[in-house]
Design a protein around this ligand. Structure first.
Ligand SMILES: *Cc1c(COP(=O)(O)O)cnc(C)c1O
Length: 424
């Protein structure tokens, strides 16, 4: 099946007389005839449902669709993109370990890595996605367990050279984890370029309607944990909390990562999505391919309009021919990139803020990737504690406006921008 068909059909196939739409299994628990039958689930001898903190049929059906869209072997949903990235990294890196990460990533992920996971004893080295080969090589340590990057970074919109970072990770015997939130599998499938694990904030385009926070983790099933057994003892040595099961042996390369992540991390941290949220996510997925095309078309038209406007200082959109990331975007995302455009309004912080107040369609929100156009002025909101020098260091200039183009008419969006600029 082509990806458009997978968006609509994958993950759930009803039998005779069964509901056409994915049933919302709103149940915390599942009934068994004998304690022995249930005990086999606890020993991971049988697969089945017993408690929705670990697994739920509605969530699993939606995870299976995302797995198919990315071309993976196993997937799981989480309650947020934050928990997806935390689980994906913590599943293979713990106290005393090290991870190489692109410095150009979502602010929440940066905080998770640099502050919270550091408190858990995981060290991160942040490098530019455009670093030299020598800088990339120097970032690895003997205790490095993974490499991490975002296909298109939020909010910097840098494009990650997946193939190059995958080769570097594999040369050091570790997997590449790619957060594919902004591109979505419609525009880029990181597994086709060598990535081993993909994560998502499904809150963004996959949901697409600003309705439910969520996340997902998908495994390509290719990383050979057994060949690097010394680096990944959690995968290759017995887990005493499950009567000595060894994940890489019992579940194979295709299943080990997601099974371990579910039965250890979901069991212990419990960042599980509700079946209701998973159902809503699936409604979003059914139209993801149709929506992504329009998001990208609108963003390109808006970016081209802004680029020639005399009151605009600069425009950053990887779909623009003038973008330094254009060639890389063409390689990894020939169909389009994403609906988010960032730009500077001449006159700096004050002009940017006034411009946004004047917009009638685009609402001021911290959200992106919604059907409704929204915008954010980081300097006066998410980054307001920083002075001008600190903002520059963070790659967020005072004049920067982040505009997430929705599914409205591009002509209406451009007219709205035109009238808002005319007033400043
Ligand atoms: C929003 C976002 C996250 C965090 O996801 P939540 O669902 O808000 O927890 C992670 N990565 C990227 C690229 C994001 O845009």
């Amino acid at each position: 099946m082509r990806i458009e068909t997978k968006c609509v059909q994958s993950g759930y196939t009803p039998g005779n007389g069964e509901p056409r739409q994915i049933p919302i299994v709103q149940s915390t628990t599942f009934k068994y005839a004998t304690s022995e039958a249930m005990g086999r689930l606890f020993d991971l001898e049988d697969s089945g449902y017993f408690y929705s903190r670990l697994q739920n049929p509605t969530c699993d059906a939606v995870a299976a669709k995302i797995c198919d869209l990315e071309g993976g072997t196993a997937a799981m949903l989480t309650s947020s993109g934050q928990s997806a990235n935390f689980y994906a990294v913590f599943n293979i890196a713990g106290n005393g370990d090290h991870v190489v990460s692109s410095a150009s990533i979502y602010g929440g992920t940066y905080n998770l890595f640099a502050v919270t996971m550091k408190r858990m004893g995981v060290d991160f080295t942040f490098i530019s996605p455009d670093c030299t080969d020598a800088e990339l090589e120097a970032a690895f340590r003997p205790n490095t367990k993974a490499v991490f990057g975002e296909t298109i970074a939020n909010p910097a919109l840098t494009v990650f050279d997946i193939e190059r970072f995958a080769n570097a990770a594999h040369a050091h015997g570790v997997p590449l984890i790619v957060d594919n939130t902004f591109a979505t599998p419609i525009n880029c499938r990181p597994f086709e370029w060598g990535a081993d694990i993909v994560t998502h904030s499904t809150t963004k385009y996959m949901d697409g309607h600003g309705a439910a926070v969520g996340g997902a983790i998908v495994d390509a099933g290719r990383f050979d944990w057994i060949s690097h057994a010394d680096k990944f003892p959690g995968m290759t040595t017995p887990d005493e909390s499950y009567h000595g099961v060894t994940y890489a042996e019992k579940f194979g390369l295709g299943g080990a990562f997601i099974t371990k992540c579910t039965v250890q991390l979901m069991r212990d941290f419990g960042s599980t999505p509700s079946p209701q949220s998973a159902f809503m996510l699936n409604l979003g997925l059914e139209s993801l391919h149709v929506r992504m095309e329009r998001h990208c078309e609108n963003a390109l038209k808006v970016a081209q309009y802004l680029e020639q406007h005399e009151k605009i200082a600069w425009v950053n959109y990887p779909g623009l021919a003038s973008s330094p990331y254009h060639a890389r975007a063409q390689k990894y995302m020939p169909k389009g990139t994403c609906g988010v455009v960032s730009f500077g309004v001449k006159g700096g912080r004050e002009a940017a803020s006034k411009f946004m107040q004047n917009l009638k369609i685009a609402a001021i929100e911290t959200h992106v990737a919604d059907a409704r156009t929204c915008c954010l002025h980081p300097a006066s909101t998410t980054h307001r504690q920083m002075n001008d020098a600190e903002l520059v260091a963070a790659g967020v200039s005072g004049d920067l406006v982040r505009l997430s183009c929705g599914l409205e008419s591009a002509e209406d969006l451009i007219e709205d921008i035109a009238q808002a600029l005319a007033q400043i």
